[in-house]
Structures are given as C-alpha cells and as structure tokens.
Design a protein around this ligand. Structure first.
Ligand SMILES: *[C@@H]1O[C@H](CO)[C@@H](O)[C@H](O)[C@H]1NC(C)=O
Ligand SMILES: *[C@@H]1O[C@H](CO)[C@@H](O)[C@H](O)[C@H]1NC(C)=O
Ligand SMILES: *[C@@H]1O[C@H](CO)[C@@H](O)[C@H](O)[C@H]1NC(C)=O
Length: 237
C-alpha cells in the first residue's frame, strides 16, 4: 500500500503545484488521487494512509447502512486537509462538507454516506443497501432485500406480487407471483416446471402433470422422468 502511495506522490505533487486542478478531468484521477489532492498540504502525514483504508467487506446485517470511516471534529464549512479532519469524514477541496446519500453525485468514497463512490455516483457498499437506498444491482442491498426499480426493498414472501425471481424470498417469481418451488399438485395451474411437485412438470394447458416413464408419450423432455429425453414424441433413454 505504502509503495503504491509513494508511486503516486509525483503525480500528486505535479497536480498540487498546478493552479488548474479544477480544469482536470476528474475521470482521469482515481479515488486515491483525489484523497491525495485533498490532503496535498499534508500529504506526508500518516493519517493519509488511514484515508486509503479499504471498506470492510460488509456483513449482511440488516441494520448496517453506514460504513465506519475516520472522522475528526471540524464542522462543515471549516477548512480541512484530509477527510479524517472533518466531523462528517468528508473533506472536499479544503473544506469539510456533509456526506451525500446513495444516488447523489460524488468523486471519492468519502463524499458518500455509504462510503462507495462508483462511476461518479454514491452507491451502497455490497450487501448494505437498506430499504429505499438507490441501487442498480440486487447484491448492493442487504440480505433479505433486493434492487427493485433502482431502490433496495425487502423481498416478498410466497403469494406476494413480484416481477423478478430475486424479489421473492423463495427465489421464484412465476406469473408475477412469488411461489415456493415444488408446491403445485398435479392438475394445478403452473407456468414453470419448478412450481410442480416432484416427478411432475408444467404441461399442456399450464397444468402440472405426471412425468412419463420410458416409452411414454411426451412433447418435451421436461415431461419425461429423470434421465430420459423426449424424441419422436416418446420418452427415450
Ligand atoms: C449501474 O448499471 C450500469 C449498467 O447496468 C453500469 O454501467 C453502472 O456502472 C452501474 N452504476 C453503478 C453505480 O453501479
Ligand atoms: C461499490 O459499488 C460497486 C458497484 O455496485 C461494487 O462493485 C463494489 O463492490 C462496491 N464496493 C464495496 C466495497 O462494496
Ligand atoms: C396468472 O395470474 C393470473 C391472475 O393473477 C391468472 O388469471 C392466470 O391464470 C395466471 N396464469 C397462469 C398460467 O397461472
């Protein structure tokens, strides 16, 4: 880590000595470069290393939404040289600033309440997005929740409304309804074979039906017992 930081120092010094920092394309700089810029007056301080500490890979507790970060005592609006100087843990170009919520713009992790700035937006740390937080992948949300139209929301129990498998506690969304796998008896309505009880499949008229044994009639392989294939309308080995 230290070696990498030292390797970046010439860059930081060049940028720091330039009066055109704001004209630089932020996209050319990494989060860490940004921290170095913010800390440029004190870049030799050991505290800088603390700023570069990586976020702990989150436990999937449903109550955790804010990742611990180094913080100080300076109030928003007062001067700072590094994020750890600020009560908010966010130093932006020499001034302590409040942190922003998921979905808001950012240029480094320290800007975000979630401590994860990805592609210029604050996003939850993996597995820590609580209900209502902006997301664009379900693994950003806590265990037991998922990304529903860009916001983390809790998964739905069987019988509830859904639009994708990950939105159901059972992991099965069928016909916009969360279902338990293997829960429909023969003759019951289905749209997927996984809904039907063991040794049955979702057949014609969307009804669960018994699978055929070797030599039995079929129109698709799902309709044949394990290990058999449907060919020429018969289940064959
Ligand atoms: C959101 O998803 C899009 C495409 O799926 C991806 O390009 C983008 O990087 C994602 N943004 C975040 C912040 O994860
Ligand atoms: C930050 O968010 C991105 C995009 O969702 C994700 O790939 C990355 O793992 C997250 N970082 C952490 C530390 O969880
Ligand atoms: C899908 O659900 C609707 C009502 O929610 C129902 O009328 C329809 O029969 C269902 N389709 C199947 C294939 O189960």
């Amino acid at each position: 880590m230290r070696v990498t930081l030292l390797a970046l120092l010439p860059l930081a010094m060049v940028i720091a000595s330039s009066s055109k920092v704001n004209a630089l394309n932020m996209g050319d700089l990494t989060q860490e470069d940004m921290e170095i810029l913010d800390a440029r007056n004190h870049w030799f301080e050991r505290d800088l290393y603390a700023e570069r500490r990586s976020v702990p890979s989150g436990p999937t507790s449903t109550s955790v939404s804010v990742v611990p970060r180094p913080t100080g005592t300076s109030a928003p609006g007062t001067g700072c040289t590094k994020s750890a100087d600020c009560g908010t843990g966010n130093c932006e170009r020499g001034v302590c600033k409040p942190v922003v919520s998921t979905g808001a713009q950012c240029y480094k992790n320290a800007n975000c309440a979630s401590f994860n700035c990805t592609n210029g937006k604050c996003v939850p740390v993996k597995g820590q997005g609580v209900k209502g937080e902006t997301c664009n992948a379900s693994d950003q949300c806590t265990a037991g929740s998922f990304c529903e139209y860009s916001k983390c929301n809790v998964k739905v129990a069987s019988g509830g409304v859904c639009y994708k498998d990950v939105g159901c506690t059972s992991g099965n969304c069928v016909n916009k309804t969360c279902i338990e796998p293997a829960s429909v008896s023969r003759g019951g309505r289905c749209t997927k074979t996984l809904q039907c009880k063991t040794n049955s499949y979702c057949g014609t008229n969307n009804r669960c039906a018994a699978k055929a044994n070797k030599g039995g009639a079929c129109y698709k392989t799902e309709g044949c017992a394990a290990g058999l294939t449907c060919r020429k309308k018969k289940c064959r080995a």
